[in-house]
Design a protein around this ligand. Structure first.
Ligand code: 4AD
Length: 464
């Protein structure tokens, strides 16, 4: 590697010196009457740019420098000096500017300063060159790094659970099928599908969650987490649903619901704290441009204990609050986004952990409580997004688990390996899943989940 430095470093006062090289893309060019030009260069390492002063004496000044437009890629060498200008510590006085690639202003889509986020989705391959999407992706990276660090520090082993699976963890039947069968030929023949001719000899799907496999590792390694892409074929065209999203799922033996809630709270607070500490410039941008007061809001979340409420109490609040909802709510029905957001935004004004949901609306693996009607479930709700974490204590009693499986028409033959965990050395255990994109959405204040993942997959949309 030759001795060039990232723009982030070149913006620091301590980097000033005679031989500095940066490499990046032109954000703006302004020609001065004095026969020189200012260029703003960004290389993605930080939100801010470095200002380059390009003197008219450069051999390619008229032939190239004065033709630079937004998006051109350049290598700039020169003396990095302290800057007299406000808002920047340094500026690079160029003695050489090499153009690596031109960006025809007639056709380059990001010429215009401002495009709507919706429009930018059409250029998902270019949109991270904008301030907002670049900042989102740096924060997303920080959150991913913090997730690994938190679990590593707390004794959790990282396991890689499979993407292709034969079991439907959430039991919702919203799975993408994986097959090598020739669908066109099958459609023409009109015959029944024989999965013994399929690649895996049985029906298989993309996973909706790595939890069941993580449980197998929790009951041997103790504390584990899986972190990978998950897939849901639900037809939800909302601002908080993706068909492909990333989920981190810790699973811990000897944990009950209370341990699980404590873990989730400590985890979120550490991850949010890391973002404030390491992404200061990006977070100031979100605070200013995307959601006013975001930084103080997150500081408040870190400082205060999370509120807790049972599902039953939440229903009472929703029934008597006088708010008009699109969906009627009563004990036994699933909470809709509007209910979750009312509870977290208006009722408690911060994160809320809802517990003890009716067993009828939760998956088979959640532990049935002594009342026989509810399960040891926990959802963490946050303002602006709603549910960010879903988790539970798991059913460790074989007979109860088998009864719940039968109620949900799940066959012992398909889940024999899962019930084995209850046959041999069963232990209380618990875990949860955090949707990475929902976490990024919450931290940045971005309104639509499609703008916090590089290439969003949603119904009818998988362009890139
Ligand atoms: O509540 P969910 O469905 O829980 C599970 O999948 C459990 N197996 C997790 C566990 O206990 N190990 O999903 C967990 C989280 C949600 O709270 C949400 O943040 C995110 O995953 N999520 C989605 N994010 C984006 N798009 C979707 N369609 C999502 N569905 C769930």
């Amino acid at each position: 590697m030759s001795d060039w430095i990232p723009v982030k470093q070149a913006r620091m006062a301590e980097s000033v010196g005679p031989n500095c090289e940066i490499r990046g893309w032109v954000r703006t060019r302004r020609d001065s009457k004095g026969g020189f030009s200012f260029l703003e260069i960004n290389d993605g390492s930080s939100l801010g740019n470095v200002q380059v002063v390009a003197p008219g004496e450069l051999s390619n000044y008229a032939s190239e420098v004065q033709k630079l437009t937004v998006g051109c890629s350049v290598v700039v060498r020169g003396e990095l000096q302290s800057s007299p200008a406000k808002g920047q510590a340094t500026e690079l006085h160029a003695n050489e500017i090499r153009v690596l690639g031109w960006a025809d202003p007639e056709h380059y889509p990001l010429q215009k300063k401002r495009h709507s986020f919706e429009k930018l989705r059409e250029w998902a391959h270019l949109r991270t060159r904008t301030n907002t999407l670049g900042a989102v992706m740096r924060v997303r990276d920080q959150i991913s790094q913090s997730i690994h660090q938190f679990f590593h520090e707390n004794g959790f082993f990282y396991v890689n659970t499979p993407i292709i699976t034969a079991s439907d963890c959430e039991g919702a039947g919203e799975m993408f099928r994986v097959t090598t069968l020739d669908l066109e030929r099958l459609a023409k023949s009109g015959g029944p599908v024989n999965f013994s001719f399929d690649f895996f000899d049985k029906p298989t799907f993309l996973t909706v969650s790595g939890q069941l496999e993580a449980e197998t590792y929790a009951t041997s390694l103790g504390r584990v987490y899986t972190f990978g892409p998950t897939f849901r074929a639900e037809n939800s065209n909302t601002s908080r649903h993706l068909a492909e999203f990333w989920m981190v799922e810790p699973e811990a033996s000897f944990f009950d619901l209370s341990d699980n809630m404590q873990l989730a709270e400590k985890f979120l607070k550490q991850v949010f704290g890391d973002v404030l500490e390491h992404c200061g410039e990006d977070m100031e941008f979100f605070d200013l441009r995307i959601e006013k007061g975001k930084i103080d809001q997150i500081r408040g979340v870190i400082d205060k204990p999370f509120q807790h409420m049972t599902y039953t109490d939440a229903i009472k609040v929703l029934e008597t609050c006088g708010e008009s909802f699109d969906y009627q709510i009563q004990w036994g029905s699933d909470l809709q986004a509007e209910h979750e957001r009312f509870l977290t935004e208006k009722h408690v004004g911060g994160p809320l952990i809802l517990t003890d949901y009716p067993s009828t609306i939760k998956p088979f693996y959640m532990r049935v409580s002594d009342d026989g009607k509810t399960v040891a479930a926990m959802d963490v709700l946050v303002p602006g997004v709603g549910e960010i974490i879903g988790g539970s204590q798991r059913e460790e009693r074989l007979d109860v688990l088998q009864r719940r499986m039968a109620e949900q028409s799940l066959s012992d033959d398909d889940y024999w390996w899962y019930t084995d965990l209850r046959k041999y050395g069963t232990v209380p255990h618990a875990g949860f899943g955090l949707g990475l994109e929902r976490a990024v959405q919450y931290v940045t204040g971005m309104a639509n989940i499609r703008d916090v993942i590089p290439f969003p997959r949603t119904p009818g949309s998988a362009e890139f």
